[in-house]
Design a protein around this ligand. Structure first.
Ligand SMILES: Cc1cc2nc3c(=O)[nH]c(=O)nc-3n(C[C@H](O)[C@H](O)[C@H](O)COP(=O)(O)OP(=O)(O)OC[C@H]3O[C@@H](n4cnc5c(N)ncnc54)[C@H](O)[C@@H]3O)c2cc1C
Length: 386
């Protein structure tokens, strides 16, 4: 075995799992992280739903990814493997009603991270904090550390530098310029899993949730719940539609089906027969208070005409004007093009340099698919290093 160690840059989920797997195979592994602590974005993810993966059948699961390359990688180390791996760290999980997989009740994100880090220590992995990689070549990576430049030779170099949102966690995408100077194709980082700004002012509804709706754009649609904010809308169906909206210039029109279980004709019938509109909406059609309030945004002619109102309940227009600023979104699409990588995720222009995690150009919705692909790509590279 070579004298130089395996050097992993970036202590996010992708880099950490790669380190563990390689150390278990007997390699000497060193992780270099620019922050003073590991996996800050992972901990941010833990503030919300913290879906570690999803329980779907793997063939359905992989349909959530936009590229065949990442689908293959996820299939290799799948949702079941992730749950088993977490179990091997002492982290039990449970499947929520939505099918998403969470740490067991009472297990905090920091405990999941601590369990991963403890396994790394056991396996002999060394983590060096406060090291920022500023360059690499065929033999070594160059870091700044406490104002000094340090060159560290590697046997294999694995880069898990993250996407381009939440820069305060360290995922600052500064690596993009370095890659470009090396003529490595990096597709422009763009918001993914982003809320949307709307033309209409829904701030009076800010904080309110619409459950069991269907959000539609062209032939695409997604059931779920959305949340109104001071600037527009957030929620899983909004995030799901990101990838289709991105292909068209803003502004664009989405449509909300506020009663997806009912055909328009049955809604119209209810509205025709029974007096006071607000009571029919609430008592007969069982629309939520938020949905009823939303319909108040319609002009009087639509609101008082049963056919037009029924149509609006099935197709409430929401004009969206832009994604949210990239730094605040959950993930980014774009990154290192698969065309620059071998099947083992090794840079074609730099053999022995691998890329893992969100810095690769793939896209998936929230719900555990993001972390799953980060874990899977880390394991994929580890399994391809002999
Ligand atoms: C609000 C929020 C909620 C989320 N919720 C979920 C969820 O519930 N489920 C899910 O699946 N996903 C979720 N995600 C997404 C998930 O956290 C990310 O996809 C994942 O953390 C990406 O992992 P990574 O290892 O590729 O990169 P990152 O976690 O971004 O880690 C990259 C690391 O590299 C370091 N680094 C970067 N450049 C350098 C350099 N030059 N030198 C040294 N170190 C460097 C960074 O400091 C960082 O520590 C969420 C994200 C956010 C922001």
């Amino acid at each position: 075995m070579s004298k130089s160690p395996i050097v992993i840059v970036g202590a996010g989920p992708a880099g950490l799992i790669a380190a563990q797997q390689l150390a278990m195979k007997g390699f000497e592994v060193h992780i270099y992280e620019q922050n003073k602590a590991a996996a800050r974005k992972f901990l941010v993810a833990g503030h919300g739903g913290f879906n570690l993966t999803h329980s779907e059948d793997i063939n359905t699961f992989i349909q959530n990814y936009d590229k065949v390359e990442i689908q293959r990688i996820v299939k290799h180390f799948d949702n079941k493997a992730t749950t088993e791996w977490l179990g091997s760290l002492g982290i039990s999980t449970f499947i929520g009603s939505s099918g998403k997989i969470f740490p067991a009740n009472g297990v905090k994100p920091i405990q999941v991270l601590q369990a991963i880090l403890a396994k790394l220590v056991d396996a002999g992995v060394r983590i060096h904090y406060g090291y920022r990689m500023v360059d690499f070549d065929e033999h070594a990576a160059t870091f700044t550390h406490q104002g000094e430049f340090t060159r560290i030779a590697y046997h294999k170099l694995i880069l898990g530098l993250g996407g381009g949102s939440w820069s305060k966690t360290g995922s600052d995408a500064k690596w993009v310029d370095l890659f470009k100077t090396r003529s490595i194709q990096v597709n422009t980082l763009q918001p993914a899993n982003s809320g949307m700004n709307t033309k209409d002012e829904f701030s009076t509804l800010a904080g309110q949730v619409l459950k069991n709706i269907q959000l539609k754009f062209a032939e695409h649609n997604k059931w779920g719940e959305i949340v109104f904010t001071s600037y527009g809308i957030e929620g899983a169906p909004v995030y799901y539609l990101n990838r289709f909206l991105r292909q068209h210039p803003f502004p664009n029109r989405l449509f909300l089906d506020l009663k997806p279980t009912h055909a328009m004709v049955s809604i119209e019938k209810e509205l025709e027969n029974k007096g006071n509109v607000a009571s029919v909406l609430k008592d007969k059609l069982k629309l939520s208070k938020t949905a009823v309030q939303l319909l108040r945004f319609l002009d009087k002619e639509t609101y008082t005409n049963s056919t037009k109102l029924a149509f609006a309940i099935k197709n409430f227009p929401i004009e969206v004007t832009s994604f949210r600023p990239i730094d605040e979104v959950i993930s980014t699409v774009g990154g290192v093009s698969f065309a620059e990588l071998s099947a083992s995720l090794e840079l074609l222009k730099y053999p022995n340099v691998f890329c893992v995690g969100e810095m690769l150009d793939w896209e998936a919705p929230t719900g555990g698919y993001l972390l799953q692909a980060c874990f899977s790509s880390g394991v994929w590279v580890a399994d391809n290093i002999k």
